[in-house]
Design a protein around this ligand. Structure first.
Ligand SMILES: Cc1cc2nc3c(=O)[nH]c(=O)nc-3n(C[C@H](O)[C@H](O)[C@H](O)COP(=O)(O)O)c2cc1C
Length: 493
């Protein structure tokens, strides 16, 4: 079933038995977060929730239900991208990257369907009245306080839109970007845009500010799930996230022209907030915000968005998420990125076998990497290459292991790594850019990194002692025990 909008995704989650509807009145301020946090901490990530009766900060009842934790389980994350297993997307990318044109006419013809698949991805522009513009508030009609924008944690600077697709355009090259950047509610027609300095939206804004031009920006909420996920994916600035979403969906995303901005937005969105940033205006205070590190991020200065229109479906659902002490829903979005981007990582660092970013490392703090080591010093070559790749440059601790270690099993990875290292010999420090959210670095977004070479050491690397063998039972004994197992009376765990 193709998931063309949020309603399709919610119906699919419901059919999979992972949806809970909550009728009890719940406040958008803190209560909704506390409930969602408890659910997200359940084994496997808990159910997706729809709050049907949300109390606004002003005391009234929200006209719009709130959906949360839609992506917050392995099953739902896979469902959102139309696969049984997230590695299936990686396999499709590997096939595309492997496109070696075979010999002979028949061979070449057999390639056509795969090549044509690429041509089907670009978004289509819809004419006529799109679903996301069934209701339109313009100028003075705009009142964001009518939306159930949640305040997550007690010391947050205000309510936040937390699951947005922020759409902007590179003014020089015209390439679109879609990023998931939280947006703070400042007033009925103003917002603060938290795109961090390493992100593509921030680069567009710096370019517009340098030109002294007003920047259009659209914030779409709730669309086909592949587009929502793609906003969180660390794609290079040259790739339009809606093309990527089309590839993931195997069907183009339908876009429509925004009413007051020179941008296109997903026609199937639940809601779209249209607006602009004026570079001649001073920045505004954004934050503090209870972040995905599990700590509050400090308030800082970010651009202010003036809202020119809000458009929506006739009966929209407001989609949101919360971040905080891990694991939360964003772990599953990040995990999809980890799996989907493995083939792209291998393209530039071919010795990479696998990698994993565990939930407690909140993506940038800890990355395990297994490699097919073929020469001395290769672990350091991989570390340097990883620190030179896009947002991987923000990784704080890299642990490099041999190919036979299952890095997706964190206990196994640490067990082998801690056995294998002579800390003084195998740990190296480097410097580089740090994630905006890192509160420990010596300066804002600048600090040190640690690389641990936890591979087996070779004589050419100066290691002349014997390297011990892993303990394993022999196959014959295992076979005999397998045969007697059911007669032993040992209960299943
Ligand atoms: C739930 C969630 C919230 C996020 N909030 C922010 C944010 O406020 N600011 C930011 O710069 N990145 C945030 N990110 C990370 C970006 O979405 C991610 O780095 C993405 O690759 C950015 O898109 P870009 O590469 O087009 O800039 C968030 C990610 C998720 C999953």
């Amino acid at each position: 079933m193709s998931l063309d909008n949020l309603a399709d995704f919610i119906a699919a989650i419901d059919a999979a038995g992972e949806l809970t509807r909550i009728k009890h009145p719940v406040a958008a301020r803190l209560e909704l977060c506390e409930i969602a946090d408890r659910v997200m901490k359940q084994p496997g990530g808990g159910n997706a929730l729809i709050f049907e009766n949300v109390t606004l900060d002003g005391g009234g009842r929200s006209e719009y239900p709130v959906a949360i934790n839609l992506f917050g389980s392995m099953r739902r994350m896979s469902l959102s991208l139309g696969v049984d297993n997230l590695d299936d997307v990686g396999k499709r990318i590997t096939q595309l990257l492997d496109l070696k044109v075979p010999e002979g006419l028949l061979g070449k013809l057999s390639m056509l369907p795969r090549l044509l698949e690429v041509g089907k991805f670009p978004p289509r522009i819809k004419s006529g009245k799109p679903a996301c513009q069934e209701i339109v508030w313009r100028d003075e009609e705009v009142d964001l306080s009518r939306l159930p924008i949640i305040t997550c944690w007690p010391e947050d600077g205000g309510p936040y839109i937390t699951l947005p697709m922020v759409i902007s355009k590179d003014p020089a090259r015209g390439i679109r970007n879609v990023g998931m950047y939280r947006v703070q509610y400042l007033g009925p027609r103003t917002l603060a845009m938290h795109w961090q300095r390493h992100k593509v939206g921030a680069a567009h804004w710096r370019e517009m500010a340098a030109r002294g031009e007003r920047m259009d920006v659209c914030i779409a909420i709730g669309a086909d799930p592949a587009s929502v996920y793609s906003a969180s994916a660390p794609l290079p600035p040259t790739i339009d996230e809606f093309i990527f979403a089309g590839f993931l969906r195997r069907s183009p995303v339908t876009l429509t022209k925004a009413l007051t901005c020179d941008l296109e937005v997903p026609a199937e969105s639940e809601m779209v907030i249209e607006g602009y940033i004026d570079p001649s205006e001073p920045l505004v205070v954004e934050g503090p915000f209870g972040d995905h590190t599990g700590f509050y991020s400090e308030a800082d200065l970010y651009p202010q968005v003036h809202v020119t229109a809000v458009t929506m479906r006739r009966s929209p659902v407001y989609a949101t998420t919360i971040v905080g002490r891990p694991p939360m829903e964003d772990y599953y979005l990040g995990h999809a990125t980890e799996r989907i981007f493995l083939p792209l990582l291998k393209l530039t660092i071919p010795e990479v076998v696998d990698y994993h970013m565990p939930a407690e490392g909140i993506f940038h703090n800890l990355v395990f990497v297994s490699i097919d080591k073929q020469y001395p010093g290769q672990a350091y070559k991989v570390m340097n290459a990883m620190w030179g790749q896009g947002l991987m440059s923000l990784a704080k601790v890299l642990v490099i292991l041999d190919h036979d270690v299952n890095v997706r099993n964190v206990q196994e990875a640490w067990w082998i790594a801690l056995n294998n290292i002579d800390p003084e010999r195998d740990v190296r420090f480097s410097m580089g850019p740090m994630d905006v959210l890192d509160h420990s670095s010596r300066a804002f977004t600048y600090g040190s990194k640690m690389g641990i070479d936890a591979t087996r050491k070779w004589p050419e690397e100066g290691f002349t002692r014997n390297w011990p063998k892993l303990i394993e039972m022999d196959g014959a004994t295992k076979g005999r025990v397998d045969a007697m197992w059911t007669q032993l009376g040992i209960p299943a765990p």
